[in-house]
Design a protein around this ligand. Structure first.
Ligand code: G6P
Length: 469
């Protein structure tokens, strides 16, 4: 018999990773979302609907570490057309200001509709009467409307983790009306930045002609009008986890070991990204390579550690990006390295959270140069880990995080000269100024943590539920 839940989370991926270990086939993925929703899930006998991350895996719902997980199966065709195709080769580039060219295929759209229907059906099957369902991210934009049609009794929230583009860009999407209608099935539609919520409201006015006012949208229904809310709820991390880890003696020792192994340079620069064209890794490398070439930096004094975790490796644009980045790294190292001194240490891996915190502690300067990014949680992780008050953050103004982390050194990553100056400013920043900035950054990340984010969103959603009851 299906167990019904009062609170259901729906996201493309389940919050667990499949492992190769027979004795422990699943491991909780370290994402902040799970931690944020954990208390709500437990107190409401919650369920999580999502894809287990591999094609053609058919699994019954199961309990894991106190979470009820409802796997949704995707065939290899679904993975190709819905996930790699429409989600990551149409919507992803379009919503990130067409940094890469979006591809529009009707077969991808058809698969997107079909898979969204499957997620909506699974959520509907596991939601109790009057339950709250929280749908996440761009892979599932049609689920809110589909779910409302299946289950008008539900209260539905949707959170968009990536940017929502300006109307002139959004208007390219051949299915622009359907996507807006899909999202408007939710009672609360959350965005990272005020600008994203504004872009969405404008698209709704222009495409559907609905009235929007201060984040409220009048959605016509069969028997009148329903109000949907579109507002900014900037996401964050569980700052205390990073703070605690960074205070552990073994992690501090590991940070010292990392510095030692890199030859104790005067400055360690760090980049940590999914290997994605939105992250501006190439711009960062160009600026750094020029600084070495100009003689403003020397491989005797400085090293850049670039962690680039593998991502969406079967999508053509990502394959090309990898070649481009690895070519650039090879060139810079070839031009600048000396025996025993390397310009860039490039790591195409992902690492456990403990190792990342040690790396954050070891790095003097964190470089976040995204060309467009919904939030950028790496910037927040770095700040939360700097319990010593040290370190400097260079932050692209095109990230959601830039709206909050105002004490970072802001950059326009397209302006290579400006980016070079910003890197130098970070390296040469007087300790006192650096500490003052880091204190302010840390205060912000501590105050607006992921628990506060989910609480703000769910409070607004609950207000709608109560108003309707
Ligand atoms: C971004 C998206 C997430 C996505 C993640 C990893 O942060 O907002 O929805 O899960 O990237 O990408 P992947 O395609 O591996 O799930």
């Amino acid at each position: 018999m299906t167990v019904l839940s009062d609170f259901v989370v729906v996201s493309n991926r389940l919050p667990v990773d499949r492992t190769d270990d027979e004795n422990e086939p699943w491991r909780r993925s370290p994402g902040g979302l799970v931690a944020a929703l954990d208390p709500v899930m437990r107190s409401n006998s919650g369920a999580w609907v999502g894809w287990p991350g591999q094609p053609d895996v058919a699994l019954e719902p199961f309990e894991f570490d106190g979470l009820r997980l409802v796997p949704v199966e995707l065939s290899s065709d679904d993975v190709q057309l819905y996930y790699e195709g429409f989600s990551n080769d149409t919507i992803w580039p379009l919503y990130h200001d067409v940094i890469a060219t979006p591809t529009y295929h009707r077969t991808w759209w058809d698969a997107y509709v079909k898979v969204n229907e499957r997620f909506a059906a699974a959520a509907s099957e596991h939601a109790a009467e009057g339950a709250t369902v929280w749908v996440h991210d761009y892979q599932l934009q049609l689920v809110p409307k589909m779910l409302r049609e299946l289950r008008p009794d539900l209260t539905i929230g949707y959170f968009h983790h990536i940017p929502f583009p300006a109307y002139g860009i959004y208007a390219q999407l051949p299915w622009r009306k359907q996507v807006l209608e899909g999202l408007l099935g939710a009672d609360v539609i959350g965005f990272q930045r005020v600008a994203d919520a504004g872009n969405f409201a404008r698209a709704v006015r222009r495409q559907l002609g609905y009235d929007t006012k201060a984040g409220s949208i009048a959605v016509p229904t069969e028997d009148g009008v329903r109000t949907a809310i579109a507002r900014a709820y900037p996401i964050s991390i569980d700052a205390s986890v990073y703070d605690d880890l960074a205070r552990r003696p073994e992690i501090r020792a590991r940070a010292a070991e990392i510095r030692e192994s890199l030859g104790n340079p005067k400055a360690i620069l760090l980049g940590v990204d999914r290997l994605d064209y939105t992250k501006g890794i190439g711009h960062r490398l160009k600026a750094y390579g020029e600084l070495l070439n100009d003689g403003r930096l020397s491989v005797h004094d400085v090293i850049l550690v670039q962690v680039a975790s593998p991502s969406r490796e079967r999508v053509q644009t990502y394959m090309e990006l990898r070649d481009e980045i690895e070519l650039a790294v090879g060139r810079i190292n070839g031009d600048s390295d000396e025996l025993g001194f390397s310009a860039i240490q490039y790591l195409h891996h992902s690492y456990p959270r403990e190792e990342m915190v040690a790396l954050y502690l070891a790095a003097d300067v964190m470089l976040v140069t995204a060309l467009r990014d919904g939030m950028n949680l790496v910037a927040k992780e770095y700040v939360a880990s700097r319990v010593d008050g040290g370190g400097a953050l260079v932050l692209s103004e095109f990230t959601g995080a830039a709206d909050e982390l105002t004490q970072a050194i802001k950059v326009n990553p397209h302006d290579i000269a400006g980016l070079k100056d910003a890197i130098m400013q970070a390296i040469e920043m007087p300790e006192k100024e650096g500490n003052r900035r880091m204190r302010a950054l840390r205060r912000r990340v501590r105050e607006n943590d992921v628990a506060r984010w989910s609480q703000r969103f769910l409070t607004d959603l609950d207000a709608i539920r109560r108003a309707r009851a």
